[in-house]
Write a protein that binds this ligand. Structure first.
Ligand code: CP
Length: 337
């Protein structure tokens, strides 16, 4: 994709709370910026330059829900840019254990750091924290790194970047059919990515899941309001055969689904090596990971499998995002090293 016309947003990036805050211009600019950031990785001098940019900044990674790749990719992105990162990975090790409210804890972090990256099981906590801190003398930026079953906007941004790169020889995301499979009701990556896809022209989304895991009503209404073409089907095999990109997800059984929670067996929605022959020859296979049985490891070596690149892309997209949050992205726009 040629992003030579991508321009930085007019408004500085204050917080990253929801994928709804981003438009096409932002997405194109972030993809272009990420492409540039990763070019610095090709030389010691380039990495040293990146590492000098934010060496005066500190970040708190407050992850009170399990995470491997989001935590490590943000941690690595901080390291790449010279940011000193502190972490809390279990509220039982903080003064929340002594009865301190989560709001007071987060305000306390803001006394010591310049940025808070947070993953929490509580939907809406990031927005509340951003509003709370914006009204204090230290209104540090908040990054939503996963908020319950609600949103995972930075995952969606790296998914868009991966789709854009993977489909670049075919004109990018515009006009493509994206099939999302699995627990679409509670999968926050699905919710955030579907909203971002609505920024692209003539995209069609096929949601394929058992009835108990269909998308939630609020997402259905939001997508209908954008005018994006989408359909919901239990015809998994037909859906994956039509798709330019397949986005597999796991069952999110850390959250209740209510009385229909019996629909645990969704083996008919697993992508297996035997399905590869039915997919388009240039289809893109993605998964936010971690996976369980829904994505056969035998697929890993197929050239259409992009999920390992997808997780590495996350580190670069998050590094690019951090430069925007600290308002130094203009210092990434350098000629070739
Ligand atoms: N995709 C994702 O959010 O992975 P982690 O839960 O390992 O961070």
């Amino acid at each position: 994709m040629d992003f030579s016309l991508a321009q930085p947003p007019k408004e500085p990036l204050r917080h990253v709370l929801s994928s709804s805050q981003f438009d096409r211009a932002f997405l194109d600019y972030l993809c272009q910026l990420t492409n540039t950031v990763r070019r610095f990785d090709k030389s010691r001098e380039g990495l040293a330059y990146l590492g000098s940019l934010l060496s005066h900044k500190r970040a708190m990674l407050y992850f009170t829900q399990p995470s491997t790749r989001t935590f490590l990719s943000f941690h690595s992105a901080c390291h790449i840019l010279g940011i000193t990162a502190s972490e809390i990975r279990d509220s039982a090790t903080s003064s929340e254990r002594k009865g301190e409210s989560v709001e007071d804890s987060l305000r306390t972090f803001s006394s010591y750091v310049d940025l808070i990256i947070m993953r929490s099981p509580i939907a809406g906590l990031c927005e509340r924290t951003a509003r709370l801190l914006d009204a204090t003398p230290r209104p540090v930026p908040i990054v939503n790194a996963g908020s319950g079953p609600d949103e995972h906007p930075t995952q969606a941004l790296l998914d868009i970047y991966t789709l854009t790169r993977s489909l670049r020889m075919r004109g990018g995301i515009d006009g493509k059919t994206i099939c999302m499979v699995g627990d679409l009701r509670r999968g926050r990556t699905v919710r955030s990515l579907a909203r971002l896809l609505a920024n692209y022209k003539d995209v069609r989304i096929i949601f394929s899941s058992p009835p108990a895991f269909r998308i939630a009503e609020d997402l259905r209404a939001d997508l209908a309001a954008t005018g994006i073409a989408f359909e919901e089907t239990d015809a998994f095999l037909t859906a994956i055969a039509e798709a330019d990109a397949i986005y597999m997800t796991r069952i999110q059984d850390e959250y209740d689904i209510g009385p229909e929670d019996g629909a645990k067996d969704y083996s008919n929605y697993h992508l297996k090596a035997e399905h590869l022959g039915a997919l388009k020859s240039d289809a893109v296979i993605m998964h936010p990971l971690p996976r369980r049985d829904e994505l056969d490891p035998a697929i890993d070596h197929d050239p259409r499998a992009k999920y390992w690149r997808q997780e590495r892309n996350g580190m670069w997209v998050r590094a690019a995002l951090l430069t925007m949050l600290f308002g130094i992205d203009d210092r990434i726009q350098l000629p070739e090293l």
